[in-house]
Write a protein that binds this ligand. Structure first.
Ligand code: ADP
Ligand code: MG
Length: 246
């Protein structure tokens, strides 16, 4: 479904992404791991069109999306969350998701009222699927940090994506919230048939959940393989044991 082939991105002289490659099959849960500064967020920005690669190719659903602007990549079916939650703090939880549902349907103002009921059902369905329907009336800013991250996933789902890209979905969460969130992500992949690509700096968190793991190191792909193979991989062990993962 997604094929990233040798992409490069520099900031001045610094090669943040230096020939990274990645492949994601439909329905798969793929993790990108690597230490802080490995280039994970930059790689995601290249995939979703926030940044453009200087070299390389990105194919999504049989279409070359390498040079497409972010909004068109989003319309083709890739939705994302950010490392720092991107929500409307003063709107209700419900409204945050409803706005996303309506904008995906490209409803004009005139159609707003007409489409209202449909959007309500869809919004409720999404809030239920991520387990925060009981908090629909809360203002988004009043949610716990963990629930704000979950809300961000719900907003992304409002775009009816084929693929969900999550940048450190468990960052700043307690161990309990982390376990619950990873369970939720796994459930979304299995029950909703979503393809999920996420990055995570904590190796332990991903090994139980991901079907495929890409290890990033200094902007490059060290390896992409099953969790067992990655665990046994010599180059990964050297990179980790070398103290880079402190
Ligand atoms: P990760 O998400 O794996 O922690 P990032 O992709 O955020 O890594 O960053 C990779 C490297 O690129 C880091 O050294 C970071 O400082 C640098 N970098 C990222 N974005 C920018 C930018 N906009 N300008 C300059 N340097 C950047
Ligand atoms: Mg990052």
């Amino acid at each position: 479904m997604l094929q990233v082939e040798g992409v490069h991105k520099s900031f001045d002289d610094f090669k943040a992404v230096d020939g990274a490659s990645l492949s994601v099959k439909e329905g798969e849960l793929v993790a990108v791991i690597g230490p802080n500064g490995a280039g994970k967020t930059t790689l995601f920005n290249l995939i979703t069109g926030q940044l453009r690669p200087e070299k390389g190719r990105i194919i999504f659903d049989n279409v070359d999306i390498t040079r497409l602007p972010a909004y068109r990549i989003c319309r083709r079916g890739i939705a994302r969350s950010f490392q720092i939650a991107n929500i409307f703090h003063r709107l209700s939880v419900f409204r945050n998701v409803q706005v996303s549902v309506l904008s995906q349907r490209q409803m004009s103002r005139k159609l707003f009222r007409f489409s209202g009921r449909m959007a309500i059902q869809e919004t409720n369905r999404i809030l239920k699927s991520v387990g925060i329907l009981d908090k629909a009336a809360y203002t988004a800013g009043s949610l716990s940090h963990g629930d704000q991250r979950i809300l961000e996933i719900a907003i992304a789902l409002g775009n009816r994506p084929k693929m969900l890209i999550l940048d450190e979905p468990t960052a700043g969460m307690s161990p309990e919230e982390t376990t619950a969130t990873m369970g939720l992500i796994k459930q979304l992949a299995e029950k909703e048939g979503l393809t999920v690509l996420f990055c995570e700096h904590d190796m332990d968190v991903v090994f139980n959940v991901a079907q495929s793991i890409m290890v990033m190191h200094h902007g490059r792909t060290l390896v992409q393989d099953s969790p067992e193979k990655v665990r046994q991989n010599q180059a990964v062990q050297e990179a980790y044991l070398g103290g880079d993962y402190a």
